[in-house]
Design a protein around this ligand. Structure first.
Ligand code: ZN
Length: 60
């Protein structure tokens, strides 16, 4: 699985239109509700996150 050129999965909703962030992701963040990991950029990474180079589900 490549970790290069993964776009940020965060975004903002303005006037009912979802605007994806699309900045290069630097880490994965675990969704607090679904527990699913998703890539986030440096601006959006916060809270539960792990370095992109060592995803927690692949670490040992
Ligand atoms: Zn972002």
């Amino acid at each position: 699985m490549s970790t290069q050129n993964v776009p940020c999965a965060e975004g903002v909703t303005r006037r009912e239109a979802f605007q994806p962030c699309d900045k290069p992701a630097v880490a994965y963040r675990r969704d607090p509700e679904s527990k699913d990991p998703y890539p986030v950029c440096a601006y959006h990474c916060r809270g539960d996150m792990v370095p992109l180079v060592v995803p927690f589900w692949e670490g040992s």
